[in-house]
Design a protein. Structure first.
Length: 73
């Protein structure tokens, strides 16, 4: 199971426990959470672009050589 799914499941479980116990969540306001989402999206986009650039520059073209038939040494 991926780390993201485990984290989501743990968050839902904790949220349910808070609701049952009627405890107020210490989570930051929604605006701060939207900012965090933007930070994560920017980080992922940057990683994707950087990995694409390094993969493109690492490609090497190797010429294909076919052996000649009938040539013996």
């Amino acid at each position: 199971m991926s780390t993201g799914l485990i984290s989501l499941a743990a968050g839902v479980l904790i949220g349910l426990m808070y609701a049952v116990l009627k405890v107020r969540s210490p989570a930051p306001p929604a605006l701060a959470l939207i900012g965090l989402l933007g930070m994560l999206a920017g980080e992922q986009a940057t990683r994707h672009l950087l990995s694409r650039d390094t993969a493109a520059s690492a490609q090497v073209t190797v010429p294909h050589v076919t052996p000649q038939k009938g040539a013996s040494s």
